[in-house]
Design a protein around this ligand. Structure first.
Ligand code: G3H
Length: 242
């Protein structure tokens, strides 16, 4: 099985019911790849009802309990989610999430029947210190649980310094990390070479085709440019044509 092509939108803490009109506009465009929208949890059921794949932006590692404000993987599934983003750098930073916590959440997601979209990425200081490959290797080893398969797990490489900044690594830098991720996953899992590997960090209509031409880039995890169909549509089209 070859890795799936996936254009994923992470709306982060953006969007109200009025934003559902953007979903209609995305759906109006034919796609030659999988399309996923991860809105705020308040919109998941409404987005699912429109027939587009949807997901959460985090989940708890436990199936239920006294965890005020948290959402369980099973609760995401219950309202129509098929995926959940885990280990996003904004959560690793704002909530001090560790690799072990991400792996536990991914296990809970798998047990609930969700696909885990596990994020890894280096900081600018780590990139400048030449530590990128070591950081990505360690995050993959620690954040991806043994129960991961190409069917229930997608990996997103998101250099922290490229998120929301308009900056992206060079094509060679992206290629180097994606080749490393494929090699590490293939060495650990029987179907490791088939995991979909997404790039995320300032993906825009103007750079998407070039990024999707990089070996072992199977799609994108898009933030700001996923909020409007006028931006996300061309990214979906570029992946469909890749
Ligand atoms: O999850 C998406 C990433 O954080 C990228 O966000 P961005 O496209 O706004 O840079």
């Amino acid at each position: 099985m070859a890795p799936r092509k996936l254009a994923a939108g992470n709306w982060k803490m953006n969007g109200t019911l009025a934003a559902l009109a953007e979903i209609d506009r995305v759906l109006a465009q034919p796609a030659g790849c999988d399309v996923l929208i991860c809105p705020p949890a308040t919109l998941i059921q409404a987005v699912a009802a429109k027939g587009i794949a949807t997901g959460g932006q985090d989940c708890h590692a436990k199936p239920s309990g006294a965890h005020t404000g948290d959402i369980a993987a099973g609760q995401l599934k219950d309202v129509g989610a098929s995926h959940v983003i885990l280990g996003h750098s904004e959560r690793r930073t704002d909530h001090a999430e560790t690799d072990a916590q991400v792996a536990a959440k991914a296990t809970a997601a798998h047990e609930a029947g969700l696909v885990a979209v596990i994020c890894v990425g280096e900081t600018e200081a780590q990139r400048d210190a030449g530590q990128t490959l070591d950081v990505i290797s360690a995050q993959l080893a620690g954040s991806v649980p043994d129960c991961a398969t190409a069917a229930n797990t997608v990996i997103a490489y998101e250099p922290v310094w490229a998120i929301g900044t308009g900056r992206t690594p060079t094509n060679d830098q992206i290629a180097e990390v994606h080749a490393l991720m494929r090699d590490r996953l293939a060495a650990r899992f029987a179907d490791g070479a088939d995991f979909a590997l997404l790039y995320g960090g300032s993906v825009k209509p103007g750079n998407a085709a070039e990024i999707f031409a990089i070996p072992h880039v199977n799609g994108a995890l898009v933030g700001g440019a996923s909020l409007k169909a006028s931006d996300f549509g061309p990214i979906v089209a570029a992946l469909s044509a890749a």
